[in-house]
Design a protein around this ligand. Sequence first.
Ligand code: 5AD
Ligand code: SF4
Length: 452
Amino acid sequence: MLPQKHAYIETFGCQMNERDSEIMAQLLAADHYAATNDMQAADLIVINTCSIRDKAEQKAYSLLGRLRIMKRANPALIIAVTGCVAQQNGAGLLKRMPFVDLIIGPQNIYRLPELLDQQTVRLSSSTRSRRCQIATTLSPAFRIPPFLPTITKPSFKRFITIMQGCNNFCTYCVVPYTRGREISRSAADILKEINHLVDNGIKEVTLIGQNVNSYGRDDSSSTGHSFPELLRAVNAIKGLERIRFTTSHPKDLSLDLIGCFAELKKLCTHFHLPVQSGSNRILKRMNRKYSITSYLDKVTMLRKINPEITLTTDIIVGFPGETDADFEETMELIDTVRFDGGFSFKYSDRPSAVSAGFPDKVPEEIKDFRLNRLQTRQNEITQEQNQQVVGSVLPVMIEGLSKTVAGQWHGRTSGNIIVNFISSNHLLPGQIVNIEIAEAGRNSLRGEHKLD
Ligand code: 5AD
Ligand code: SF4
């Protein structure tokens, strides 16, 4: 039997990266690398990176700076960089961090064991030829392979990758360059994976991709399903309780998908619909391909079909050329829509993105000021929106027991809001219980367990 080795994985960024890290952990376990939370005990360290904003990229580089010292002390340690920084910077990353052993882009993670075995042979050979391997091919012919997850830790919810890449080329965004063109995964593989998860106790799945609304529309795809058709098929899986999805592009939000929120009982009443800006002029410069009027129409349709839907969004402040007047339109928009929650970011130049070359960059202090104003107002709106459910009884899926407050459980509403409540009952993660909401905070609700 081979001696047990240990792998430490650090994940930055979005749910796609989280899922990719789970996939790598599973591949590594089959390759005799047990997972460890202790970096010092690792024979292999994988840094799964994000490059959506400069800050995210710098986090990866700063961790790599620390690993340089570890590698010096232990030359047998293997260091792999995966994810979007690996894809984007490839050879440049190696130049800056010459001690890295493997550089693997998002389409190549399934090759990790094979690349690792080759590297292990190199490092243990008498010549110790240390050559980094770079696997960053990005091909439209790529297919996400069939992959059945192992369930090692008790869990009740999982992410399922249904597509990856993006064809939209928003001018600020690096994703089309790091994850390539849209590639939808076979519906048969997705359904098989979800059935397998449900057979192993999973109650909630989140279907993930950069632009899930356009699932099945890419030329290369032979899924035979549109996104709403896929949702219907997932909804029919016995034993599954809840379905979520993210992320969606407003221009691809179809009437058929809106209808799913009335039709599909397992589909959670939460929609994350990034608007990015409240100014049509800025949306044009961002190449978003919708207007504020059409965005608002879709919001109205969603709320009409299911008034319980909670809406969240992403907003960028300080996009090149954004004037005070443009920003005021964003402020107006959040008051018009009254989002239940929002993620907002200062615009960050990405080297491969088109807007990096735009003139009229907004000074940092103006971006700070705008972000602060936007977040302050959105926080107030979120608090007010949460206040509206006080007094109602909501089904909450249990997530777990508090580590700090005795007898306090936490779970999530269908609208994706965290609820804390005290109960002496023995509850199970994944179980749905009715909670009467007594109090609303900005980040969570507090309630009482209604015995059914
Ligand atoms: N600068 C700032 N924010 C960005 N996002 C994407 N690219 C950039 C960038 N260059 C934000 C968008 C997107 C979210 C995931 O990250 O709002 O929806
Ligand atoms: Fe980036 Fe736009 Fe694609 Fe989203 S839709 S991943 S913001 S290019």
